[in-house]
Structures are given as structure tokens and as C-alpha cells.
Design a protein. Structure first.
Length: 226
């Protein structure tokens, strides 16, 4: 699995400059059963969409991350308290062959009755291994609430570990390898460490690289995801 949290090009942060060509590099690295989660704003994806497609990536689904607070970049618009995480997979692989472990929550009530057949209009992603049971576990929703790291972050755009954990569980088998193209503070390495996935992170800024390395070195089991 690849996780990519690239600069969105939305702010005046010195590193927030769009990176050229990373989509093709990522495509050349992915296994035929692997997929890639990309973070971004809608503005970012409107620019990046055709680049991802022409690099050989096909759109699968998106998650909305609902934060507890947000950024009021403009006083004349809604306060932005969400970001997108979009999953892509290689266009040479059918969706059914992509590793996918359905994530569930245990908050369904015994009276919950769910539809077990899929409506015809749901598109080309048809295969599913998930069997629902009345009152049993519920498929995780596509809006994930997670507190942002405001006030305790070591990176300006640090993602919370509990946001990325379900994406790793869904898309990478135990012991599998996650490539983190824009590592920042090492959040993905932290999550991989907790979940028993192997991790390779790339970060161009030497001070963030040092912070991420220190963060991963202090996690138990020490150094497992470094
Ligand atoms: C959105 S932040 C990632 C934050 C990270 N997911 C976290 O939770 O801490 C993007 C990072 O990409 C880094 N970056 C920018 N260009 C890069 C490049 N060409 N290669 C590797 N990292 C790069 C930036 O320095 C920045 O730390």
C-alpha cells in the first residue's frame, strides 16, 4: 500500500508547493494487489485528478475526515473542518484483485436490519467479500471523525493516527509494506508500528525527517517501523 499526503498547494507554508511527477513514481512502485490512499483538499484533487489518471491510477473511493476544529482561511466562507482521503488502484488490476479487508464497527443494535443485496446503480466496483448479519457488525462509514493534532503536533499538517489506522487495515495485509511518500512527522510509520505493517517513509525536509525518525525510535517495539 502507498500512503501519500503531498503538499496540497493551498497555504503559504514554505514546503506547501505542488510536487511534480510523484504519481508516476508511486505507480511504478505499487504491487498488482496494492492500492494508494492520497490526502488532499477538493481543490488539490481537481488539479491532480487527471495527473493520477494519466499515471495509471483508477479512482476507487473517498473518505471524508471530519476534524474537531478547522481552518478559517477566508472569513467569507464556511469554516473548513474536513479533508479528503481518496483511494486509487492500478488501472491494470481489476478491483476484485486489490487487497481489501472490510472494516466494521460494533455499534449496530440487535434490531438493525440491513439490505444484503446491492442496488444495480453502484457502478463497476461490484465484488464484495462482506456479509452483513442482522444486528451484527456495521460497515465503517465513509466519514471518519478524528481530533486533529492541534496543540500537540510536531508538524503543521500532522494527521492523527486514528484517522489513518482503518485505511491501513483495509488496504495492507498484516506484515505488508506501506510506502509513505511525504512522511512529515512520521504518522504513518507510527500507525504501521502499532498495526504490524512494515514501513518506508520519504521526507525531503531534514528537520521533519529528524523529528519523524525520533518519533518512530521512541515507539514500542523500539525501531520496528523505522
Ligand atoms: C502534508 S505534509 C505530510 C504530513 C504527514 N502526513 C504527517 O502526518 O505528519 C507533506 C510533507 O511532504 C514533504 N515534501 C514536500 N516535497 C517532498 C518531496 N519531493 N519528497 C518528499 N517529501 C516532500 C514536506 O516537507 C512535508 O513535510
Amino acid at each position: 500500500m502507498i500512503f501519500a499526503d503531498p503538499p496540497y498547494g493551498d497555504t503559504s507554508l514554505p514546503w506547501d508547493v505542488l510536487v511534480d511527477g510523484w504519481e508516476r513514481v508511486a505507480r511504478s512502485c505499487i504491487a498488482s494487489t496494492g492500492s494508494m490512499w492520497v490526502c488532499g483538499s477538493l481543490r488539490f484533487f481537481m488539479r491532480a485528478g487527471h495527473l493520477l489518471e494519466s499515471a495509471g491510477w483508477r479512482y476507487a473511493q473517498e473518505i471524508v475526515w471530519e476534524k474537531h476544529n478547522g481552518s478559517g482561511f477566508h472569513a467569507d466562507r464556511f469554516k473548513r473542518v474536513h479533508e479528503l482521503l481518496v483511494q486509487f488502484y492500478p488501472d491494470s488490476s481489476p478491483w476484485a484483485s486489490i487487497y481489501n479487508q472490510v472494516q466494521t464497527t460494533s455499534d449496530a443494535t440487535a434490531r438493525t436490519v440491513r439490505r444484503k443485496t446491492r442496488p444495480a446503480h453502484t457502478g463497476h466496483i461490484a465484488a464484495s467479500s462482506y456479509v452483513s448479519e442482522d444486528g451484527g457488525p456495521r460497515i465503517m462509514r465513509s466519514v471518519i471523525y478524528a481530533r486533529s493534532c492541534h496543540g500537540r503536533a510536531i508538524h503543521e499538517t500532522q494527521k492523527p493516527v486514528d484517522l489513518v489506522e482503518p485505511l491501513i487495515l483495509t488496504s495492507c495485509p498484516p506484515g505488508g509494506l506501506v510506502g509513505d511518500f511525504f512522511a512529515g512527522s512520521g504518522t504513518i510509520g507510527d500507525a504501521c508500528n502499532m498495526l504490524g505493517r512494515r514501513y518506508i517513509g520519504a521526507e525531503v525536509d531534514s528537520s521533519y525527517f529528524a523529528k519523524a525518525t525520533d518519533r518512530l525510535a521512541t515507539l514500542l517495539p523500539f525501531g520496528a517501523a523505522a
